[in-house]
Design a protein around this ligand. Structure first.
Ligand SMILES: [Mg+2]
Length: 247
């Protein structure tokens, strides 16, 4: 590694046999290997291609699964500790990449997130997420399913709050049931045509509504900060998701 002079912070990740430099933050000279130093412009944001390689390596190495389990275990511990003393304890869960995994379509779409467009699994082609969701073929995020089952066994009421629209309710509920999410109280979906600049503006008022109905939301679990911001939960658990951002 002599001769490498990375301006600020660089993380090396293994992507298969290749070593990839993931440049974090603005750097001076961009360094591709220990022989080449390029003259280039400073202040570039993270290269999205490098970010995709890093995210893929994170997923495929098993680190993603380990981190999911790490966060979910802490949620489970908290729920076990708190549920017995809480008045009508409730757990709130997000759906996409909290309860169900979209990894297959994330890879198919090369980390893009088109909402519209068809989804033909017979083709080697991207899928629109809306069409993908209607297929209802997402596998469970297993650590979350375990938290769900533990919560139900402790008498905790479970609510799903999803950013998916009402038009996807049937497919989503079928998918959740097929993956073992049985016995939840209600799934909240976005009313058809409603638009929010942040999903927080949709989700936080629903949690307030759940509280007003007499529940104590002891835990809220999501994969996006926007699932969790806005209060109305005793503890918030953020699962890892370096694959996309939902404002
Ligand atoms: Mg999500």
């Amino acid at each position: 590694m002599s001769g490498i002079n990375v301006g600020t912070i660089a993380r090396r990740v293994h992507a298969g046999a290749a070593m990839v430099f993931v440049l974090v933050g603005a750097i001076g000279p961009v360094l591709a290997d220990d022989r080449a130093i390029f003259v280039t412009s400073p202040g570039q944001p993270l290269n999205v291609g490098d970010a995709m390689l890093a995210a893929t390596a994170y997923h495929d190495s098993g680190a993603y699964d380990r981190d999911l389990a790490l966060v979910a275990r802490q949620a489970g511990q908290w729920i076990a500790e708190r549920a017995p003393s809480a008045r009508r304890p409730a757990l709130v869960l997000d759906v996409d990449d909290t309860s169900l995994s979209n990894w297959e379509v994330i890879v198919r779409d090369d980390f893009g997130r088109p909402i519209g467009g068809p989804c033909d699994l017979a083709l080697d082609a991207p899928c629109g997420w809306a069409a993908w969701d209607q297929l209802g073929r997402d596998p469970a995020i297993l650590p979350t399913l375990q938290v769900f089952q533990q919560a139900r066994a402790l008498g905790v009421t479970v609510f799903f709050i999803t950013g998916r629209p009402e038009s996807q309710r049937q497919a989503t509920e079928r998918n959740l049931a097929a993956m073992g999410y049985a016995g939840y109280e209600k799934l909240y979906a976005v009313p058809e045509g409603a638009r929010f600049s942040s999903v927080t503006d949709f989700k936080a008022p629903i949690r307030a509504e759940i509280e007003q109905a007499g529940f104590t939301i002891i835990a809220n679990m999501g994969d996006q900060p926007s699932d969790l911001l806005g209060g109305h939960a005793e503890r918030m658990f953020l699962l890892p998701n370096p694959f996309y951002r939902v404002p």
